[in-house]
Design a protein around this ligand. Structure first.
Ligand code: AMP
Ligand code: GLY
Length: 417
């Protein structure tokens, strides 16, 4: 098969890496890709208009297109492809609103009966300020639109809450603060059925011990023990299937990856957010562990095969995997760029894979070009071994200003010790 992969971050490098190991894949085109992806795929510049991707898929006789980032989906790439009969993994524009608008998502959870935090949704400063009185502190305030994980404030008192409303408003969700273990749960759907992938855990705050500002994700791990089989079945029944069924009922069937950011509360799983794509850096850990079956899942989602979800299979290594994100100086506020990166070969010689995210070539030199620079990913006989392997490899890499969390996977270690 010839694949077209859209995106140029760590998630897309992991996709290219996993798919390039499939004997049925003979070529991957990546738009725009990155220097890591370029070792596995032919990278092409991004077209100015979304139609350009469809022209490319037609001209290159691509068998299947896979979209990484949400912005391209929210902009409607899947609609353009569908109109031309081009197979694609990813939801159409209307279904992508599940991620594009938090207000839309909260109202959708209500219609579908999906468990979530009690909330107020309103477009308007005064209504939002009034609503603050109906919640206990801490409470959570979220900007409505896409904000790359940075549009959320947890306010511990009225002054902080008012400030956040003025900063993030006027289109806002205000909701109760939920306590529990946060889990990333991703399923892949063909519009009527859903196939669950292994659960993983992200680390959203920039600093150790979950301190400091939110980021796109500073590291993730994937370990078969994150959820019990009963918890996984419960999430499929109470979250994934209701979402897919409700989308179909509303005439906007959801295809592609449905990512539920969940809080595992004392009352069971509750949805914090839906994303309409794979997580980053969850994908790096997840696909590092997956051994077989991924291409069939993509074909299922795009309608290229009609195998029922119950007959699909994804095989995972029993070994847990850990992805440590190496971030640029100044990330997340003001990431610096242009710093020379060294040591990737050394790191990979230790058995890890360094997925590129914010890198670029300046002549012959690899330099930083974004906030999250590399996702150093490794597995081990147990979670402790995977953590050690990922950090040993990360320690071989250098660029000025580099920083990373030292506690990726540590919560899991503590839970299972
Ligand atoms: P979101 O963009 O909705 O996933 O929110 C970003 C992060 O804020 C989440 O990963 C959680 O860590 C935190 N968060 C969001 N909503 C809540 C909530 N209702 N209770 C506690 N933490 C939350
Ligand atoms: N790692 C969180 C996300 O991809 O949204």
């Amino acid at each position: 098969m010839k694949l077209l992969l859209i995106g140029g971050g760590g998630r897309e490098h992991a996709l290219a890496w996993r798919l390039s190991h499939d004997p049925r894949v003979h070529q991957i085109l990546a738009v725009p890709g990155n220097p890591g992806i370029a070792q596995l795929a032919q990278c092409l510049p991004a077209p100015k208009e979304i139609e350009g991707y469809a022209h490319l898929a037609e001209a290159e006789r691509v068998d299947l297109t896979v979209v990484g980032p949400e912005a391209t989906l929210v902009a409607g790439i899947a609609d353009v492809f569908a109109a031309r009969g081009l197979p694609i993994v990813g939801p159409r524009r209307k279904a992508a609103q599940l991620e594009g608008s938090k207000i839309f998502a909260k109202r959708f959870f209500e219609r579908a009966g999906i468990p979530t935090a009690r909330s107020h949704q309103e477009a308007g400063y005064q209504a939002a300020l009034d609503a603050l009185n109906r919640f206990a502190y801490p409470l959570v305030i979220k900007a409505d639109g896409l904000a790359a994980g940075k549009g959320v404030t947890i306010a511990s008192n009225a002054a902080e809450a008012k400030e956040a409303v003025m900063k993030l408003g006027p289109a806002l969700v205000i909701e109760e603060f939920l306590e529990g273990e946060e889990v990333s749960f991703i399923g892949i759907s063909n519009g009527s059925e859903v196939f669950p992938l292994a659960a993983s855990q992200d680390h959203k705050r920039v600093g150790d011990g979950d301190r400091g500002p939110n980021t796109g994700g500073m590291g993730a791990y994937c370990d078969g023990r994150i959820l019990t089989p009963a918890q996984e079945a419960d999430i499929v029944d109470r979250v994934m299937l209701p979402a897919i069924s409700q989308m179909a009922r509303e005439g906007t069937p959801f295809t592609g990856f449905l990512y539920a950011g969940l809080m595992m509360t004392a009352d069971g799983p509750k949805v914090l957010e839906f994303n309409v794509r794979l997580g980053d850096p969850e994908t790096q850990a997840l696909l590092h562990r997956m051994r077989a079956g991924f291409l069939e899942l993509l074909e299922f989602s795009a309608g290229l095969i009609t195998t029922p979800a119950a007959r699909l299979r994804a095989e995972y290594s029993p070994e847990p995997s850990v992805c440590v994100v190496l971030a640029a100086g100044g990330y997340p506020e003001h990431p610096r760029t242009g710093d020379a990166i060294t040591g990737i070969d050394d790191a990979e010689n230790l058995g890890a894979t360094a997925f590129h995210a914010g890198t670029k070539l300046a002549g012959q030199r690899l330099v930083t070009a974004g906030g999250r620079v590399l996702g150093v990913t490794a597995s081990g006989a147990d979670l402790g071994g995977a953590i050690e392997a990922a950090y040993a490899a990360a320690g071989r890499i250098h660029f000025d200003g580099m920083h990373y969390r030292r506690d990726i996977g540590a919560k899991g270690l503590k839970r299972w010790s």
